[in-house]
Design a protein around this ligand. Structure first.
Ligand code: UD1
Length: 332
């Protein structure tokens, strides 16, 4: 089977490509390299000792997407390409709507043209907004709290409409929780912008001396120690989740939605403590005010992914914090 991975040079994309190649899928990447580097393609080849095809370009370039489908005989698409920084999306909503939604529409139009009707879409747990209870199930109400999550929510709606219009489509929507860690080769991992938004990227920045100190956003939440609680999942586990989803959409048409997390709940302080202990390094931090728009706690109910995708995360917190640091040390 030949899989087109959009955004295949990114953090989740590169790990997913490795997983696919290691399981004998053929891989074609399209990536505009806006937040990734081309050398990732060679790194994926080195890790897997397999070949793959790379197209540099934007999904909104209809001619290019058409050319890829004409030349490659694509069987299924894993659509990961997306802008994803929440704070940036609040400042530049049009950019986010244009980039994330227009690109998806172009992709779907060309997929329809070439009768390629198998799709995995990367959505985000952020679309649950402030959940009414925990853990979060897929049938909870959805509520976008910023333009980034709005784009994910709109696209989920577009995919539902698409399936309703044509029941031959097989669509798996994967709602990611908080991916961290890196591949064991430490050749690929997360490469955040200069001042990262995400907790693990910031911790790693402090640990490697690039950043002075971590601001812990709020210690007065109604959680075990007052700091925010999340469901962190190893990026290799997340990549395996994509593989399971491919296996499913290969067998049956339909549209379904899956939480990809671990179901474990860790506070900011627990993450810092685990990072310090496992990596034997001190993280300088101070308690500061809550980050506007932040959610107190969210973690997944993973039953549906387990039952339908036969997916269960296997990597624990120790491995996640070790791999995050190891990658950063070798690549900074
Ligand atoms: C963020 C995004 C979300 C995205 C998710 C996974 C927001 C509002 N949401 O969610 O869309 O899907 O990442 O990539 O940004 N924290 C600190 N100090 C920091 C950074 C974070 O204390 O410097 C805390 C946060 O307050 C939170 C936890 O760490 O309690 C996790 O934050 P973060 O890594 O930004 O992820 P999310 O807020 O879950």
């Amino acid at each position: 089977m030949k899989i087109l991975v959009t955004g295949g040079c990114g953090f989740i994309g590169s790990h997913t490509c490795c997983e696919l190649l290691e399981h004998n899928y053929e891989v074609v990447i399209i990536d505009n390299l806006s937040h990734s580097q081309e050398d990732v393609v060679d790194k994926i080849k080195t890790i897997t000792n397999k070949n793959l095809k790379f197209y540099k370009g934007d999904l909104r370039d209809k001619e290019l997407v058409d050319k890829i489908f004409r030349q490659e005989n694509i069987d299924a698409v894993i659509h990961l390409a997306s802008l994803k920084v929440v704070s940036e999306s609040v400042k530049k909503p049009i950019l986010y709507y244009q980039n994330n939604i227009e690109s998806t529409l172009t992709l779907l139009e060309i997929m329809t043209k070439y009768k390629c009707k198998k799709l995995i879409f990367s959505s985000s747990a952020t679309i649950y907004g402030n959940p009414e209870k925990l853990p979060i199930k897929e049938n909870f109400s959805l509520h976008a709290t910023n333009p980034y999550s709005s784009t994910k929510l709109y696209i989920e709606g577009i995919l539902k409409d698409l399936y309703n219009s044509d029941n031959e489509w097989a669509i798996a929507v994967l709602r990611f929780f908080n991916p961290i860690g890196s591949h064991k080769s430490y050749l690929i991992g997360e490469n955040p912008q200069d001042i990262p938004d995400n907790l693990m990227s910031y911790i790693v920045g402090v640990a490697t001396g690039k950043l002075d100190l971590l601001n812990v956003f709020g210690d007065d939440y109604n959680t075990k120690d007052g700091t925010g609680v999340r469901d962190y999942i190893h990026v290799v586990d997340l990549a395996v989740g994509h593989l399971k989803a491919i296996e499913l959409i290969n067998q049956t048409s339909g549209i379904d939605f899956y939480n990809l997390g671990t179901g474990n709940e860790y506070s900011v302080l627990e993450i810092i403590n685990a990072f310090e202990k496992v990596n034997n390094v001190k993280i300088k931090y101070i308690m500061t005010a809550r980050r506007p728009g932040d959610i107190e706690a969210f973690y997944a109910d993973c039953t549906h992914a387990k039952e339908k995708l036969n997916f269960e995360a296997t990597k624990g917190l120790e491995e996640m914090v070790r791999d995050s640091y190891e990658y950063a040390k070798r690549n900074s």
